[in-house]
Write a protein that binds this ligand. Structure first.
Ligand code: SAM
Length: 289
């Protein structure tokens, strides 16, 4: 359908971005959320859930690379990875690029998101959907972590929507307590923690919760153009200490061994080593943790 209409993000009532729509690709009301996929003039194909920009073809690499490579390379020996959400498949693809990962389980609540992303955003996941080391489960992440066995994953990546609607359960004590239980001794959880310039409470509140169950709680930053408001934060919760301080040279060696060096356009060993250094306006939200 050719149109010169705009799509306005409705994340914030008094501020936001808009995209000039080249053509709408799909629109569905799933059991969980309103899903829109469209072709933009500026950012390639875009997916919107409940009015919030989730991913664009043009800048998805920033977020997916930082959500996947940072915890895996900081850990250094992750073999089993759990991914919650991430219905577009981008995080699964990046995790499976690590030849050192033996198994990646992805639990996405909305099968419609997966179906529509396979159809309209196929490049984001690439061949991850059929990789034998990957397992894709359609289900609620909170249910999965409740039932998962103790010490069954080395890294957990929570690529959820914001803590409203179906994503809300992924920001609770129960969720974090279960992730701590199902992680191995040096396990790490990273989670989408919003843009502190506009959503500081998301970082502050989850940090307080995460501190109840993890030895080290912090965050790291990534500059994702379409998560408007400056730095996006990824929550960091670890059962061990010191994994944020691995020098760039060691990170580079690990990346070489994992086979991901040279495959990235935002992540680099130096970006990795520096992303944990937070501007004061962001760090202040971690003080209570
Ligand atoms: N990168 C995006 C961001 O930062 O906002 C998130 C992308 S991804 C599309 C978010 C996914 O989380 C959605 O597909 C949504 O269906 C999924 N999700 C939300 N709540 C969930 C839950 N309780 N269990 C599993 N997946 C969930």
């Amino acid at each position: 359908m050719a149109t010169d209409s705009w799509i306005n993000e409705t994340l914030y009532p008094d501020w936001g971005q808009r995209f000039l729509v080249k053509r709408e690709l799909a629109r569905a009301q799933s059991e969980f959320q309103d899903i829109v996929l469209f072709e933009s003039f500026s950012h390639g194909r875009v997916m919107v859930l409940d009015g919030v920009i989730q991913i664009t073809e043009r800048d998805e690499f920033v977020y997916q690379e930082m959500l996947a490579h940072v915890p895996l390379l900081a850990h250094g020996a992750a073999k089993r990875v759990l991914i919650i959400g991430a219905g577009d498949g981008g995080v699964l693809r990046r995790v499976l690029q690590h030849s050192t990962v033996e198994k990646a389980v992805m639990v996405e609540i909305d099968g419609e998101v997966i179906r529509l992303c396979k159809e309209h955003l196929a490049d984001i996941a690439g061949d991850a959907w059929t990789n034998p080391r990957g397992e894709v489960i359609v289900g609620d992440g909170i249910d999965y972590v409740r039932r998962a066995a103790d010490a069954s994953f080395d890294v957990i990546i929570v690529d959820s929507t914001d803590p409203i609607g179906v994503g809300e359960v992924l920001f609770t004590d129960e969720f974090y307590q279960n992730t701590a239980r199902i992680l191995t001794a040096q396990g790490i959880v990273v989670n989408q923690c919003g843009v502190p310039f506009m959503q500081a409470d998301e970082l502050r509140e989850t940090s307080i919760r995460r501190a109840k169950f993890f030895q080290e709680v912090s965050a790291y930053v990534a500059a994702v153009p379409t998560y408007v408001g400056g730095f996006m934060t990824l929550g960091w919760s670890a059962k061990g200490t010191g994994m944020r301080a691995v020098p760039a040279a060691e990170i580079r060696a690990r990346a070489e061994q994992a086979g991901i060096l040279g495959l990235t356009r935002y992540w680099s060993p130096e970006i990795h080593a520096s992303c944990f250094h937070l501007p004061p306006y962001i760090a202040e939200n971690l003080d209570q943790a």
